[in-house]
Design a protein around this ligand. Structure first.
Ligand SMILES: Cc1cc2nc3c(=O)[nH]c(=O)nc-3n(C[C@H](O)[C@H](O)[C@H](O)COP(=O)(O)OP(=O)(O)OC[C@H]3O[C@@H](n4cnc5c(N)ncnc54)[C@H](O)[C@@H]3O)c2cc1C
Ligand SMILES: NC(=O)c1ccc[n+]([C@@H]2O[C@H](COP(=O)([O-])OP(=O)(O)OC[C@H]3O[C@@H](n4cnc5c(N)ncnc54)[C@H](OP(=O)(O)O)[C@@H]3O)[C@@H](O)[C@H]2O)c1
Length: 616
């Protein structure tokens, strides 16, 4: 990240909604700059008036202008320890913990705490335990980068195995030492005076108060359960579950079951339950592409398969062979972006293949009306998040399974009534109705001057490269609005996001910075550009999708406007010029200290250390 050359964007002008005029305070203030307003500069005229003494000349002449500070008696870039509070211990929060403790070894700069509402790590994979839950990205491209797993059982592994792998990894690397479990963050309020987030955490009924220099939102983009708004839902006397809140104590075998929804969760659930239930009706509002598997060309016959013991042994004993396999899959998932590009040959190929496969898969379905609805797709594959579904359409060839396109009128005590007046009796209703994808945090987040994302994002969320948002100083989010999740490895981009935020953390800790706050105009420019680009992608087609915040058209909020490698370049190069930076002292260079580098050690250090890396 090109953070050097950062300008103090908060001088001269309108910052954070308040107008500041950069008035000089003659060095009599308390030594902190608030919103960059009072650092001794001359109202935006960087050179002052011709013939006037500059502040520097004044200092040379023994005076103390507004931006005067005494020299700090420590080397430049000395580190102060800053506290990072992270919310969530899924893949994102744990990657952050590993980066700090192991990969980047930043424990001398950061004091990390992770608050996790659950009793264990795992996030998505701890919470989603419905029948059939599995990843649909190849397992070898869906694990921590620092913990390759040679033993994945399948090309696409079951959810329980992923959860077990995450738990094991957290223990192996001692990542749980940073985590406070059963701790639900309730409120975080930015305090401009101290430059800290004031945090309230509900720990099993006891309220804990904490504060942190940096707040990280690692709560996932699919973590807030979306119960459907259907009349009578509370009246149902049978078993009611949501896929993300499964009740593993309940025995659903041989029962009559309704599954509402045909997203990824619904598709996996229906496929797994159909062979074991008495009756299954899948209530579907809109048809969807049931796609070929991701990376189908990397499997023997396009289908999921079990790795043999020989393969697993080879991956264990020959890390290079394992790495080769991982690298090949990583490139494949990253390249899937072009399958999402309107009219690209890869999109056309994908469409043809999916259609051909769907036509084959509906062969056994007896009702021609249902078949024609299933195949009546007037948007491109990928517009709704792609849903591979081995066995899903085939399930409806069985006498115990029906796909119903009849709109639901209401839920009754005994089941579901559709608008045609038909009553369907069920023992169990499964809501496979997805998640709240507004990106609004799951707690009360209050930023500078009382700014609130729940108000600002009522219509659509907008962030800066998915990771920051103006008015929320020192706040970072993994997979915020427009995340890079439609293709590519989520774990890889989570790792890059960690690198990005930790570079900021280091800068804050070593350059005496109080806060950084991305400029509103930068957020606006970025989002305008992003929406223009996204018109090229199938995600902007007309279809109901969480990629469009549940809407059928308009603003695309669920995917990144570019490839995953594009995001990497951006996260590495975004400049400080897009940020308002406030310092803890009234002179931004207070961190220059006593004129020494950390290497100098009062002259006793290795004073030619840089020669060690020279080519002799
Ligand atoms: C069923 C399912 C299958 C998926 N399959 C795939 C797949 O195959 N490939 C893929 O790339 N992606 C998949 N995803 C997306 C998946 O969510 C991400 O890949 C990834 O797991 C996200 O990790 P995370 O750590 O960012 O968030 P999560 O795993 O969602 O973790 C967030 C954590 O934050 C905690 N939390 C939330 N609010 C609070 C609070 N207020 N206080 C304290 N803690 C809080 C939660 O308890 C949770 O532990 C799937 C999602 C679902 C729901
Ligand atoms: N690895 C995997 O295989 C996997 C598995 C599960 C989830 N995921 C991830 O999680 C995301 C979410 O998947 P999801 O299936 O949980 O949710 P989803 O894709 O948002 O699907 C929700 C489904 O519920 C329907 N629905 C919502 N409200 C309804 C209502 N009031 N009445 C009737 N139907 C209603 C929707 O219908 P409409 O289409 O008409 O809106 C849609 O079919 C996926 O896109 C994917 O990123 C991945």
């Amino acid at each position: 990240m090109a953070m050097n050359g950062t300008t103090n964007g908060s001088t001269n002008g309108t910052t954070n909604g308040t107008t500041t005029n950069g008035t000089t305070t003659n060095g009599t203030t308390n030594g902190t700059t608030t919103n960059g307003a009072t650092n001794g500069h001359l109202n935006g005229t960087s050179n002052g008036h011709v013939g006037e003494e500059t502040p520097a000349t004044k200092v040379a002449n023994g005076q103390t202008p507004g931006n005067w500070v005494p020299c700090a008696e420590k080397p430049a870039y000395s580190r102060r320890k800053i506290r990072i509070a992270c919310v969530g211990a899924g893949y994102s929060g744990l990657t952050l913990a590993h980066k700090i403790d192991h990969e980047l070894k930043l424990n001398d700069v950061t004091d990390l705490v992770i608050y996790e509402k659950n009793s264990a790590v795992g996030g998505t994979w701890f919470e989603n335990t419905y029948p059939g839950v599995a990843c649909d990205i190849p397992s070898h491209a869906y694990g921590f980068l620092f913990e390759p797993n040679p033993n994945w059982s399948k090309f696409f592994s079951p959810g329980a195995e992923i959860n077990e792998y995450i738990q094991r990894t957290a223990k192996k690397w001692n990542l749980e030492r940073n985590i406070e479990f059963n701790s639900r963050v309730k409120e975080t309020v930015w305090d401009d005076e101290s430059g800290k987030w004031k945090i309230q955490v509900d720990q099993d009924g006891t309220l804990k108060h904490d504060e942190a220099d940096i707040l990280v939102n690692a709560t996932g983009f699919l973590n807030k359960t979306n119960w459907p708004v259907i009349e009578g839902l509370a009246d149902f006397k049978g078993k009611l579950v949501h896929t993300s809140k499964w009740d593993n104590e309940y025995d659903w075998t041989n029962k009559s079951v309704a599954v509402i929804g045909n997203g990824s969760s619904g598709i996996q659930c229906v496929t797994a339950m159909q062979p074991k239930v008495k009756k299954l009706v899948n209530f579907v509002r809109n048809p969807t592409w049931v796609s070929v598997n991701f990376c189908f060309d990397k499997t023997p016959d396009g289908l999921n398969f079990e790795y043999t013991e020989e393969q697993k042994n080879e991956f264990s004993s020959d890390p290079k062979a394992h790495f080769k396999h991982r690298r090949e899959l990583e490139a494949s998932v990253n390249g899937f972006f072009y399958g999402m590009y309107k009219d690209h040959p890869m999109q056309q190929g994908l469409k043809a293949l999916c259609r051909q496969q769907m036509e084959e898969r509906v062969q056994g379905i007896k009702d021609p009306e249902v078949v024609s609805r299933i195949l009546d797709l007037d948007f491109n594959p990928g517009c709704r998040r792609l849903t591979p579904g081995e066995g899903y359409l085939e399930a409806f060839a069985n006498d115990n399974a029906v796909m119903s396109f009849k709109p639901i009128e209401r839920i009754t005590e005994d089941g579901i009534r559709t608008v045609d007046g038909q009553e369907h009796k069920f023992d169990m209703i499964v809501c496979a109705t997805g998640f709240d994808t507004t990106f609004i945090p799951s707690w009360d987040l209050v930023g500078r001057n009382g700014a609130r994302l729940d108000e600002r994002w009522k219509i659509n969320p907008e962030a800066f490269f998915s990771v920051q948002v103006d008015t929320m100083p020192n706040y970072f989010v993994f997979n915020g609005p427009n995340p890079a999740v439609s293709h590519g490895s989520v774990l890889t981009q989570i790792s890059w996001t960690c690198d990005y935020l930790l570079r900021w953390a280091k800068k804050i800790a070593t350059e005496d910075i109080k806060s950084i706050d991305v400029k509103r105009e930068a957020v606006d420019d970025y989002n305008v550009y992003a929406q223009e680009f996204l018109k090229r992608m199938v995600w902007s087609d007309g279809c109901h999708s969480w990629y469009k915040n549940g809407k059928g058209s308009g603003h695309v909020t669920g995917v990144y406007p570019g490839t995953i490698l594009h995001l990497k370049d951006c996260l590495e190069n975004i400049g400080g010029e897009h940020f308002n930076i406030d310092y803890r002292s009234k002179n931004r260079f207070h961190f220059l200290g006593n004129g020494e580098s950390l290497h100098d050690k009062s002259g006793a250090g290795d004073l030619a250390y840089y020669m060690d890396t020279m080519n002799i």
